[in-house]
Design a protein around this ligand. Sequence first.
Ligand code: FEO
Length: 391
Amino acid sequence: MIRKIVDGVYNVGVVDWDRVLFDEIVPLPQGTSYNAYLIMDEKIALVDTAEPYKWDELKRNIEELGIEKIDYIISNHAEQDHSGCLPFLLGEFPEAKIVTNEKCKQFEMDLLHIPEEKFMVVKEGDVLSLGNKTLEFIMTPWVHWPETMSTYLREDKIMFTCDFFGSHVATSHTFARDYDRIYHEAKRYYAEIMMPFRSFIERNIKKIESKEVKIIAPSHGPAYDDPSYIINAYKEWIDARPRNLALIAFVSMHGSTRKMVDHLIDALTSRGIEVRARNLITTNLGELAMDLVDAATIIIATPTMLAGPHPAAVSATYLINALRPKARFAAIIGSYGWGGRAVDILKSIISVKIELLEPLLIKGLPSNEDYKALDELAEEIKKKHDSIEFQ
Ligand code: FEO
C-alpha cells in the first residue's frame, strides 16, 4: 500500500495490522505501522525504514513507484523498527548514503553493523538539497532515545518526526481522520514511551513550532494535515499539573484487598475525586500508563504473598518508576494473613519523587475500624488535592 502525502512525497512504509506486542511488553490493540517516506526529486531520499521482517513489503512499495536508485536514506532514529531495513536497502541500493546525526550513526554501527563509510553525518540546521526540494535536519533528542531527530521538507512544509507524535495504529488512512480513536492511541503511545521525557518534549515542540509546518508525518500511525491537533494534545499531556484523579492499581487474592479497594473507590468518589481502578491481573499496561498521564494520586493495593507484595504490584511499581508520571501523592494499602513486609518492600522500590501518604496494611478481612481508616485516607487525599492546582 502506497499513500501519497503531497506531489513527489509518498508513504511507502508498512502497516503491521496484527502485531500484538512491542518491545515484548507494550500491547498493540490497534496494530501499528512503520512509515517510510519516499521523496522523489532529482535526488531521491527515503525517510526512515521498517522492521527488518517487513523488508519484502517495503521493497515492493518502493519498486511500485518505479525508481531505480535511492541517493539518501534519512535515518531519524536508530531503533530497529525504523532502521532495521537499512542493511537490505544498502544491499539493493549500494550507492545510497545514510544521512543521520553522529550519535545515531554510532548506534546503527553497533546495532546493525553498518560500516562507517556508508554514513553522511548531519547536525542541527544542516540542509540537503534534492534538487527542487530541500531537507533541513532538526535535532529533537530524547523522544525517546538520545539520538532522535526530525527532518523538515522546506518546500512542502512537512516535518518528519519518527516516533515523536506517533501512534501505534494500523490504518489505511494517510492522514488522521478518526480523531477520537487517534487521540486515544496517540496518548497511549505517549504514555508508554514519551512520558518520562516531558521536559525534552516541551523543548522539542518549541523547535517544531519555530518552523511553518503544514503536515506532521511520524513513522507510526497516520500523518497529521492539521499539526495543531497533535501538538496541542502533547501540550496537554506534558502539562505539569495533574487532574483531580486517583489511580488505584490493585491486585487481590482472596478478596480482602478488593474490599478495601471498593470502599476506597466510594470514599474518594464521594469526596469529588475521579477514580480509575485497574486490576493489575486483567488490565492492559497501556491503559494503566494512560491513567498515569493524568493522575494526581497513585494508590497501590496489594495482598501479602510469601511475606511480601504480590509480584503484580511490584511490577506496577517498577513501571511507575520507569514512566515517571506527574502524580504528586502515593499510598500503599493492602492486607495480610499471617505477617510480612509488603509495605516496606514496596516503599523500598519506589524511586520517583512523590509524597508518600501513611500506608494502611490490615489483617484479614477489613473491619469497621479498617473502613474508618480508609475513610481517613480518602480525606487526606482530598486535602492534598485541594492544596494543588489542577489542569
Ligand atoms: Fe518506533 Fe523508538 O521506535
